[in-house]
Design a protein around this ligand. Structure first.
Ligand SMILES: NC(=O)c1ccc[n+]([C@@H]2O[C@H](COP(=O)([O-])OP(=O)(O)OC[C@H]3O[C@@H](n4cnc5c(N)ncnc54)[C@H](OP(=O)(O)O)[C@@H]3O)[C@@H](O)[C@H]2O)c1
Length: 264
C-alpha cells in the first residue's frame, strides 16, 4: 500500500508582497501546505489564488502579541503543527536618530524582532517534541553592517541575528534547522513603507532598491538554503554584499573609515 505522506505546513508571516510573496510562489510545491499571514487580507488572497498547492490565508498583525498563541492553536487544530516558520514581516527606516522617537524605535523593534520572538515561542515547542522543523528569519545585510539613518532598523536586525545564532545552538540537538537570510537591496516597495519624515513620504522607491536583486532571487536562494541546511545566506549583488566579507577580514577601524567615506 502507498504510504500517505503528510504535507508539511509552511507558515509565511509577511506573505502579502515582496520577498514573502515570492517565497510563497517558490514554495508552491505539492509537498507543502502554505499558511499565508500579513495584515492585508486582499493581497494575501491574491497571492493564494495564484498558487497550485493548498494555500490558506490567516491575516494577522504581528503587533497583536496577545493573539499569537491563539493563531498557532488555530493552525494546529485546522491543519496540524507548523513544520517550517518563515518570518519575513518587517519595517524599514529612513530617519536620523534625533528624528526617531521612542515610539518609532519601539515599533521597529516590535515588528522586526519582538513579534518574531513571540511567534517562535509559540511554534518551537511543537518542533522540539517532533524533533524536526525549521525556523527561517528574513533579516538584512544591515543585521551585520550598520549604516546611518537606520539606528532602530539596524538595532532590530542585529538583535534578530544574535537571537537566531543563539537559538540555533540550543535547537541543534532537537533536529531543528535555524536559517538567517540576510539580503542586500531587493527590488520591492519596502522603502515606500519605511519610517520616514513626512516631507519624504511621497518620494518614490529608493534607487538602491531598484538596483538590487529581485525578490524571486532571494526566494530561490532561501529555498535552496532550506534544502541544503545552510545556516546563513547573503543574497544580493556582489557590490552590495561585499561589505559582509570586508567586515569579516578588515580591522574595524579600516572598515569604519570605508563606511565614513561612503556615507559622508
Ligand atoms: N527590500 C529590501 O531591499 C530588503 C533588504 C534586506 C532585507 N529586507 C527584509 O525583507 C523583509 C520583507 O521586505 P520586502 O522587501 O519584501 O518588503 P514588503 O513588500 O514591504 O514586505 C513586508 C511584509 O511585511 C508585512 N508586515 C509589515 N508589517 C506587518 C505587521 N504589523 N503585521 C504583519 N505583517 C506585517 C507586510 O504585510 P502587510 O503590510 O500586508 O501587513 C509585507 O508582507 C523585511 O523584513 C525586510 O527587513 C528587505
Amino acid at each position: 500500500m502507498d504510504k500517505i505522506v503528510r504535507k508539511k505546513n509552511v507558515w509565511i508571516v509577511g506573505a502579502s508582497s515582496g520577498i514573502g510573496e515570492a517565497l510563497a510562489k517558490e514554495m508552491d510545491r505539492p509537498e507543502y501546505r502554505l499558511i499565508l499571514s500579513a495584515r492585508r487580507a486582499k493581497e494575501l488572497e491574491k497571492v493564494a489564488s495564484g498558487l497550485k498547492t493548498e494555500a490558506v490565508c490567516l491575516p494577522m498583525d504581528v503587533l497583536q502579541f496577545e493573539g499569537h498563541a491563539q493563531l498557532v492553536e488555530e493552525i494546529g487544530s485546522k491543519w496540524g503543527d507548523v513544520d517550517i516558520l518563515i518570518y519575513v514581516a518587517g519595517k524599514g527606516q529612513r530617519t536620523a536618530f534625533m528624528e526617531t522617537g521612542a515610539k518609532d524605535f519601539q515599533l521597529l523593534m516590535d515588528i522586526n524582532f519582538n513579534a518574531f520572538v513571540s511567534v517562535v515561542r509559540q511554534v518551537v515547542p511543537g518542533m522540539i517534541s517532533r524533533k524536526s522543523g525549521a525556523v527561517v528569519a528574513v533579516n538584512s545585510i544591515q543585521g551585520k553592517i550598520a549604516i546611518p539613518s537606520r539606528t532602530a532598523y539596524v538595532a532590530s536586525k542585529h538583535a534578530l541575528l544574535g537571537f537566531m545564532n543563539s537559538l540555533r545552538l540550543e535547537l541543534h540537538a532537537c533536529g531543528i534547522h535555524v536559517l538567517s537570510v540576510l539580503p542586500a537591496y531587493v527590488r520591492t516597495e519596502f522603502s515606500l513603507r519605511a519610517l520616514k519624515k513626512a516631507e519624504e513620504v511621497c518620494q518614490g522607491i529608493d534607487p538602491n532598491h531598484l538596483k538590487g536583486v529581485t525578490p524571486q532571487t532571494v526566494a530561490k536562494k532561501t529555498f535552496r538554503a532550506l534544502r541544503k541546511g545552510s545556516l546563513e545566506i547573503h543574497p544580493g549583488r556582489f557590490s552590495q554584499v561585499a561589505g559582509v566579507y570586508l567586515h569579516k577580514i578588515l580591522p574595524y577601524k579600516i572598515f569604519y573609515w570605508i563606511l565614513r567615506k561612503k556615507f559622508r
